[in-house]
Design a protein. Structure first.
Length: 293
């Protein structure tokens, strides 16, 4: 039996045959892809991921209501108490009595779950009300709620790139991975400007053909360093070069501004931003959204 070699594990979807090495003849021969070969292909990739130390094993936990930030960890049939400081529920809003009461009331009134996607069974009325409130919070025309911050950045930025032919997206070098992924998926041209560097942004805007649409994508509070974007300075440049502005306020909403609208509200700049992406406070118990106006 010649040794089996599976090719193209990084592009397994492209495999439609298995190439085997005939040791005696020293040549490769092909045969039809068999059902068992799928498992072999998948296991090859998994082995590689393990070898590279990239195989993820997620902690199995259940948060304890009334005992924040403690959770019960489940390991090999045993349980232990662990402290979770890395959750997004920074302010323990997930255990606030008003929040819990509102969730109980909603379940009593409408049952559990949404019953389906918006496309199929309609938008849940609570979400319609939530979107109206979020749009109002940021002084925008409308808002759209997504399932996570990652998805809201990814979906909005990739869509923008698709509906603005010839667009150039100018992205701060410290932007979150979800913004980078959205920009990549949109397949428009991209330029990275130095972190919070207005001079570099100005230089790069000046190099772009004025006939092309431009989007400046940045965050308000940067998650790793905690520093804050010069929002008015960026908006001044956007005005001068007719660029659209997109801000990620994930770490600003609920914390800054008289109504918790984020740094853009605190700085009186919300009306200068075209699209604001955020979360419902850093006690992130609900979903993520983008608001545009
Ligand atoms: C700046 C920023 N944007 C977006 C996200 C993605 O949010 P989520 O965790 O809801 O997917 C994060 C995650 O923490 C973030 O720090």
């Amino acid at each position: 039996m010649p040794g089996l070699i599976v090719f193209g594990v990084r592009n397994a979807h492209k495999l439609n045959w298995v190439s085997t090495l005939d040791h005696e003849a020293g040549t490769r021969v092909s045969r039809n892809f068999k059902h068992a070969d799928y498992a072999a292909a998948i296991n090859t990739v998994l082995d590689q991921v393990r070898k590279e130390g990239r195989y993820r094993e997620f902690a199995d936990i259940k948060r304890q209501c009334g005992n924040y930030p403690t959770a019960t960890r489940y390991t090999d049939g045993e349980t232990s108490a662990v402290t979770v400081w890395c959750s997004n529920d920074y302010l323990c809003m997930g255990q606030h009595p008003d929040v819990i009461a509102a969730m109980h009331a909603a379940i009593d009134e409408a049952g559990a779950g949404s019953g389906g996607t918006r496309n199929i069974s309609g938008t849940t009325h609570y979400h319609v009300e939530l979107e109206a409130e979020l749009a109002d919070l940021h002084g925008k025309q409308s808002a759209l709620v997504f399932t996570s911050g990652y998805i809201s950045n990814q979906a909005t930025l990739s869509t923008l790139a698709k509906i603005l032919p010839g667009v150039v997206i100018l992205s701060d070098e410290m932007n979150h991975a979800s913004m980078i992924e959205g920009i990549r998926q949109g397949r428009g041209d991209k330029r990275i400007f130095r972190h919070n560097d207005l001079a570099d942004l100005e230089r790069q805007l000046g190099e772009i053909d004025p006939s092309r649409p431009k989007v400046i994508a940045f965050e308000s509070v940067y998650s790793m360093d905690g520093d804050i974007a010069p929002i008015h300075g960026i908006c001044d440049l956007a005005d001068r070069f007719d660029a659209m502005t997109y801000i990620d306020e994930v770490h600003g909403v609920g914390i800054y501004g008289p109504r918790g609208g984020g740094i853009s509200e605190r700085d009186g700049a919300a009306d200068r931003i075209d699209i604001i992406e955020g979360t419902l406070a850093d006690g992130r118990i609900y979903r993520r959204y983008s608001a545009a106006g």
